[in-house]
Structure formats: structure tokens, C-alpha cells
Design a protein around this ligand. Structure first.
Ligand code: NDP
Length: 276
């Protein structure tokens, strides 16, 4: 019985079991025994837990905070993009004990952006310098965007910019950009702080053609609600979650991911069924 799951600590809030569960049902893979479950694992137990998974039927796993760097470190091989980003969110187990690492956050973010947004040569600004920002900056740069990064702690922005050969910003230039992507955690816990903690204000959002927010909130984040009012094209964190999940799903199962089912699953109530 092929098993899948998401490794994180904490991970109870994850939408991935509901999203992948919906995909397994829509494709009929559930009837062939495929399952997807939460895998709460503290950092000290990460390596030994991952190495034990294949023997219990696991063919792959997603990886979330705080394990993405550790996942890359223990893999026996990794895609060039996972290596360049320095983090993996998708592990695939080979029959021979091999552990393959990939990063689908990067191509998933690009896939979530509007098809008619020509990234080659476009100006893109990324807010944040954590794990997700590294993946998004790398993906935008690979797509040919003139990418710049801002972070609350400027040293981290400078470090990321130097690593990935993009520009570091200490303020957002007037005139905006084609694309703004929020890769900070701002908006997750205290929506009222959004325009206090980010270097943009609601009135200036019209300078951006498209605004994407990795943070997802039911009803929309303050950033995306204001962006919509300013006439920007908006992309929410749930669509980015779905697109990275779809790429992981296809890698594990060899089956085309049912995007609509995954969106419904991710948006619906959390899957609280006990793990099999
Ligand atoms: P990290 O912990 O690696 O990075 C957090 C980032 O947020 C840092 O740049 C940090 O700045 C910044 N930050 C945190 N609090 C504030 C604040 N009050 N004001 C300004 N900046 C702040 O997290 P990730 O990069 O992994 O994730 C970032 C967000 O993206 C999370 O909310 C996560 O849920 C979401 N996410 C969504 C995904 C999706 O598929 N939709 C995928 C991955 C992540 P500093 O360096 O100064 O501390």
C-alpha cells in the first residue's frame, strides 16, 4: 500500500493531507491503497524517521518547516534547483534505499502566476529572506525576471542576494514593479500589522501589476484584499500551495494532478481523520 505524508514540526495546521487526499480520491489512487498523512517529527528525530519511512511503505513525503534544509542534507541525490535553493520540500524514496530531493516550491510559484505575466525581463520584488523567499527568488531569476529582495533584517536580504546573484533593497523603489511577492510571515497571525511590518502601503499597491502572497487566510490576507482594491492581479498562497503540491503528486504517482480537486481539498475543512 503506497504511503505519502508531510513531515513538519508542528504540522497539525497543514492543508496538505486534505489537498492530497482529495487528489488521491479524484484519481482513484485511494482505491488502490494510496494514502497521505501528517508526519509530525521533531528536528532531533528527523533523519532517523525519514530513513525508516520506506520500510513501512512510504514512496514519498512533503517536507515543511523546519525540516527543508535537513531534507536536502540527508538526500542521496537532489535536483539542481533544490541544491541551488538549499532546501527540499519533496522527497521520493527509491527501491534501493535512495532518497531523492526536489524543491517544487520554486516551479509551483511560477505555475501559480498569471500565464500572461511575461517574467522575462520584468521587474520583480520579493519580500522576505527565509526559506520560501530563497525558492521564489531563484525561480524568478531563472524565469528571467530582474529580481530584487527586501527583508526586515537587511543582512539576510544581502546574504540571499549575494548567494542567488540578485539585488538587495533597503526600500521599495517608487514606480513599483510588474510583480511583488510576499514571502514573509506577515499577515499570518496579526493581519492588522500588515502595512506596519511591510515596506509598502495600501495606497502604493497600484504601482504593481500583480501581487502574490504566500500567506493564506480564509477570506484573503490584508495585502491581497488591498491589492485587489488597487486593481492588481492577485495570487493567493493557497494557489501556490496547490501548484507545489501538484508537482510533488505527479512526481510520486506518475498521474496528472487534479488541480480543481486539490483546490477544493485545500480550501475545505482540515482532514482530521486519524492517520492510517
Ligand atoms: P521563514 O521562517 O524561513 O522566514 C520568515 C520570513 O518572514 C523572514 O524573512 C522574516 O524576516 C519575515 N518576518 C517574520 N515576521 C516578520 C515581521 N513581523 N515583519 C517583517 N518580516 C517578518 O519562513 P518561510 O520563508 O518558510 O515562510 C514564510 C511564509 O510563507 C510563512 O507564513 C509560510 O506559512 C508561508 N509559506 C507558504 C507556502 C505556500 O505554499 N503558500 C509555502 C511556504 C511558506 P527576518 O529575517 O527579519 O526574521
Amino acid at each position: 500500500m503506497p504511503r505519502l505524508g508531510v513531515l513538519g514540526w508542528p504540522v497539525a495546521h497543514s492543508r496538505s493531507p486534505a489537498m492530497h487526499g482529495a487528489a488521491l480520491r479524484r484519481t482513484g489512487l485511494d482505491a488502490r491503497g494510496w494514502t497521505y498523512q501528517l508526519l509530525p517529527v521533531p528536528p532531533a528525530l528527523f533523519d532517523e524517521t525519514v530513513r525508516a519511512l520506506p520500510a513501512t511503505g512510504f514512496v514519498g513525503a512533503n517536507v515543511t518547516i523546519p525540516h527543508k534544509e535537513a531534507a536536502l542534507a540527508l538526500a542521496t541525490d537532489a535536483t539542481p534547483r533544490a541544491r541551488a535553493i538549499g532546501a527540499a520540500n519533496t522527497l521520493t524514496f527509491g527501491a534501493d534505499g535512495a532518497i531523492h530531493a526536489d524543491n517544487t516550491d520554486a516551479p509551483g510559484t511560477i505555475a501559480a502566476l498569471p500565464q500572461d505575466l511575461a517574467l522575462d525581463g520584468a521587474r520583480a520584488i520579493v519580500l522576505g529572506a527565509g526559506g520560501s523567499a530563497r525558492a521564489v527568488v531563484w525561480a524568478l531569476r531563472e524565469a528571467g525576471a530582474r529580481t530584487a529582495v527586501w527583508n526586515r533584517s537587511p543582512d539576510r536580504a544581502r546574504e540571499l542576494a549575494a548567494d542567488l546573484d540578485v539585488e538587495a533593497l533597503t526600500a521599495i523603489p517608487s514606480g513599483g514593479a510588474e510583480l511583488l511577492v510576499n514571502c514573509t510571515a506577515v499577515g499570518l497571525h496579526d493581519p492588522a500589522r500588515t502595512f506596519k511590518d511591510l515596506p509598502v502601503n495600501a495606497d502604493g499597491l497600484g504601482d504593481f501589476r500583480c501581487i502574490a502572497d504566500l500567506v493564506y487566510r480564509q477570506g484573503g490576507t490584508e495585502l491581497l484584499l488591498a491589492a485587489g482594491r488597487a486593481g492588481c492581479v492577485v495570487v493567493d498562497g493557497l494557489e501556490i500551495l496547490v501548484r507545489q503540491g501538484a508537482l510533488s503528486f505527479e512526481r510520486w504517482t506518475g498521474t496528472t494532478a487534479p488541480l480543481d480537486a486539490m483546490r477544493e481539498g485545500a480550501r475545505g475543512p482540515a482532514d482530521t481523520r486519524p492517520s492510517p
